[in-house]
Design a protein around this ligand. Sequence first.
Ligand code: SF4
Ligand SMILES: [Zn+2]
Ligand SMILES: [Zn+2]
Length: 312
Amino acid sequence: MKKCLKCGIRTNIYIPQHRLALCPEHYINWFEARTQRTIEEFKMFQKTDRILVAVSGGKDSLSLWNVLVKLGYEADGLHINLGISEYSEISEIKTRNFAQRIGRKLHIVDLGRDFGRTIPQIKENERRPPCSFCGTLKRYYMNLYAREYGYNVLATAHNLDDEVSVLMLNTLSWNIEYLSRQFPVLPEENGFARKVKPFCKMSEKEAAMYAVLAQIDYIEDECPFAEGSTTLHYKKLISQLEEKSPGTKLRFYSEFLSKMYPVIKDRRPKTSINRCKSCGEPTQSEICMICRMRNNLLYGKLQTSTDKADNP
Ligand code: SF4
Ligand SMILES: [Zn+2]
Ligand SMILES: [Zn+2]
């Protein structure tokens, strides 16, 4: 057993990539302070901003909401019930209970009610994998709620493992367009709210540890559609690298941000944004992706895999 670096009591909490042993109380303080440093490092937002946090009911998103509120930020939640049977029912209950616990407003989108179809129902008509159209729907509702309710910042709980798996995927295919967008802050533009990822430097294990120590009641099950996704495969590979050489993930990501991102950030293609003729949301086409999906579902046509998502 090691000793807490701050108070000296014996602890089995050890963070290898930082060579840091901390007791539960000091781990919570460290995690929150590190999130605050990340917010400042990337100038994500300030106390005067109104933040909408995307909360799924899982450990990362509830932890993020908890940390932001504890740090004194004006952060409300947005939960999207995807209609994925028991998984979605439990996720919504956990999120509602958590909102009550921290005393913050929670907005809820019910896909079955608000879009007219749940994820499993859309899957029947779609060629794309569920995570692809699910992501499009989530981005659409996040932007819509941010604008309708006056939030200028959208926060998601993407952690270091999420960022590194996408970075690896995009690097292996040298997808410069996607790499040029992979920054933890995307500014408000073209009618889309500013997007931030305050957990971008916290690993999945660190976030899970925080959730347990802060006694956050989250849904432990993963979405049933997560299994088999490409990023999950990369996460497993990266974990193996990390095990052999602690700190690899953080180094790969941090070095990308400081050395590579400045070189390619201006390669981001300039797109002209219109208003969707059907719903008025920003889109690169005449009709936005969501309205096209809705029409396709109504008329029973299949979505083509070449359609581009609208939102960055
Ligand atoms: S795993 Fe895929 S389908 Fe499930 S919530 Fe995430 S993006 Fe949606
Ligand atoms: Zn301590
Ligand atoms: Zn539309």
